[in-house]
Design a protein around this ligand. Sequence first.
Ligand code: ZN
Ligand code: ZN
Length: 724
Amino acid sequence: MVIARVALDVPVAELFDYAAAGHDLRPGHLVAVPFGRKRQVGLVVGLAQHSAIPDARLKRIERVLPVEPLPEATLKLIHFCSDYYHHPLGQVAFVALPTALRRVGYVAARASSCFALTAAGHALPDEQFPKRATAMRGLMAALRASGVLQESQARTVTPRAMALLREWADRGWVQQQLAETAQVPAAIATQGPPLTDEQQSAVDRITSSLGSFSPWLLEGVTGSGKTEVYFRLIEKVLAAGRQVLLMVPEINLTPQLEARFADRFPGARMVSLHSGLAEGERCERWLAARSGTAQVVLGTRLALFTPMPRAGLIIVDEEHDGSFKQQDGVRYSARDLAVFLGNLQQVPVLLGSATPSLESYHNARSKRFGSLRLTRRPAADPPRVRMVEVGGDLPPHGLSNPVFDAISGRLARGEQSLVFINRRGFAPALMCAACGWAAECSRCSARVVWHLQDKRLRCHHCGHEEGLPRVCPTCGNQDLRGLGQGTQRVEQALVERYPDAKVLRVDRDSTRRKHAWQAIREDIHGDRAGILVGTQMLAKGHDFPKLTLVAIVNPDAALYATDFRAAERLFQQLMQVSGRAGRADRPGEVLVQTRFPDHPVYRALMAQDFRGFADELLEERRRAGFPPFVFQAVLRAEAHDERAVEAFLARSAGLVAPSPEGVTFYDPVPATLARVAGRHRWHLLVQSGSRAALQRLLSAWRPRIAEGRSSRVRWSLDVDPLDL
Ligand SMILES: [Zn+2]
Ligand SMILES: [Zn+2]
């Protein structure tokens, strides 16, 4: 009897056996199976002749979902991810599968069609349609540009598209095809700007590696034209009839990239995949990638698991960004897995950044990655960076006179300024001037943030909120003060100072509503905003042509952080936000308002010297024994009862005593944020100079932790953690 070994989305490492009789199965098929009292979709990961379960008790597969099985490379990726991050296979398999495909009753949507221009259609003279018939002319132009139009693409040209296309099909000008089986349109690229020598060299070197695995780090300052390098490579890969996976850190960055892509590759099919899509839409796009009709898949980290049968290139843009690491559930790094996937599929993997992660930079320096560099900005000079030294006597809004002066100058010239402060809300603390009491979250070991508009105190860690107290709960004093600055406070100060200028605030609060970010972007691009105030949302990848001043306000807090990655992150953030200043013919200026103008982070920023700074940090890490020179994993645990957490970690550590050769166990300690939403959080760090030794330890350790699981303690294993 044929037995299917099925992975289910349940938190255990085991696979489940089902009788496969009557179904023609392959690994990669999605199947509906009975599980407990319910039915569930599972992934067939293997077939066997025998099961440990007696035939009589073996349950049967009920149906095979009408979807092509996942390709071998995707299955291998899922297996690797499960092994490396020590997370149950079933949960890994389902992490990125569209919700529609997790339903036992899934039926394939009506196949959408597309229309291909026939030879007769190609031969039509331009005068075929009268000048007034703009809809017909537009539709024919779109067909000629790309050869094939999807229904959805055609409808964007004119609402009458479908009626016209059917009529043209009757006349033999176009031929209707099923989108799933349609021939992939020829990717005709319009001409891009001329390349600099550095860009050309990057394109040439990666082009010569197409068709085999090689990892590359493309280090390019903002404005140096990384995207153009991507486009030239995409052009070559599409011309060879293959697909490209392009990953970006943030969903907000996809619309402008999609627009640029559509301009450049009219008729080519790019689908974007992210968690913000409706269920049906996401499924349809996933299927288009699976069938190969989507030539470029653009997405955030979960796009990595999208099956692409003809992959030719993988690009990870802004590879240093922390969002490529999933922070709950399966704690995978999409960047690291991308390199593994490239090896599986024998395609080049291109990691791009202005400020690469020290891990990737180290890999490039030690020749594990090919190293490419773009040092020039074809369109502008690098921004001038100036330190504004301040003391302890700043007004409550935290802005110094040199910052105001610089903004006034920009307003007078009709240019935009950006005030960068990486904290939302009005003030990060509410304090009593008499007794020193500070408002704290009742559920977290953190202060609550004062939000101005709705007069609330909010916890940014657990979402808890409450009204503003009228008096100090400790001493009854009425003089409560907001300490420190958030975006709202800076916004208020700027509105007061510049009543005639339009001030736009961009943070998670102001962009929460759907389409809000889109509207703000339009305001920024149309002449409507004189001053932007924003958090790191504004730092990433956006292109604001009128922006010539970036004022970075009070970045010093990160200098005291205990996390060994704090300096790296601060530098990345500052480089990124300073890269927003100045484009084309307008030189940019960056002001850093700080109490420590001589700090190495700021000196490196002034010199715009990523490499010098990164070399120094790497040397420090090597001496101190930090990643990337050692490998780490963290066992995290949390519970309402703090003693239960400590006991759990102590017991878990004891499971492997004495610790194996070359692996160091550290004592359990409270997390930096020791309590969140009422739960105490502790962790235990394990470290080794050998990745293999650490992996061996984890493989033996994890099942034993799982055995002794206490229901009161939530725990997880985090391999290659980004923070503690
Ligand atoms: Zn008080
Ligand atoms: Zn809280």
